[in-house]
Design a protein around this ligand. Sequence first.
Ligand code: X90
Length: 280
Amino acid sequence: MNLSEIKIVADSSSDVFEFEGIPFASSPLKIITAQKEYVDNGKLDTENLVNELLSYSGKSTTACPSPSDWLDAFEDAKFIFCITITSNLSGSYNSALIAKEDYETQHPDRKVFVFDSLSTGPEMKLIIEKIAELINLHLEFEEICREVTSYSKETGLLFMLESMRNLANNGRVSHLTAKAAGLLGIRVVGKASDIGTLEVLDKCRGEKKALRNILENMIKSGFRGGKVRISHCFNLSAAQSLKSIITEAFPDALTEIYSAGGLVSFYAEKGGLLIGFEKN
Ligand code: X90
């Protein structure tokens, strides 16, 4: 495989909008209200989005990329690695599968690997980084697919949320589950389950306790100081505190912090953190 024939594509829930050194495209999800449609294309003003939604009382929802959006992202690459948000919460994966069918029928010499991350945000970012690493090692297409599949079993996603209102209003968690997150001072800590759904682990009083709890849950999952990716929705200070408690316990951990894109900001809401990490 020649680098110019390869492309990594991911939907915008990965918070990755460009990637240095490897051809990359992001396929945008959309956030939709009765008044406006926000396209999560990396140029979206997420602060404006979050604030507009806070003052908006009508219905808001999201939409995954259509097969034709995915085809646009494939462009005309020969070998495509396509990563999606969990198929258990979004139609993105199914859309990508339809696009793959289409693309491979039209171009029998081309290959698309569609990978269901069973997760989102920073865990997808880790998977994307792994694919890039394997591409740079000049592995064969099938080998990369195999390696990525096994790598993803050794990564996890935890989250801390102050509100689960948008998740509940869009049927991604029950209203009962969401209720606890609405209580003043409570932070819900949870994880992406093995089948790619939201699983609540703990309800913590205050952010400090929640951050400790996250580190404990990372360790429980097998974290021993590998890569960590933290995506935050206007909560840089919590992301930084988490980074320092991780570094204190695991000086070799490689932690990077960045701002969430539109889709993750919509569901994680103000104050939310998503943490992708390697389990061993
Ligand atoms: O297709 C669509 O419209 C997108 C639906 C996405 C629904 C869930 C997004 C969750 C984003 C919230 C915390 C992390 C949850 C991880 C679960 C696997 C972030």
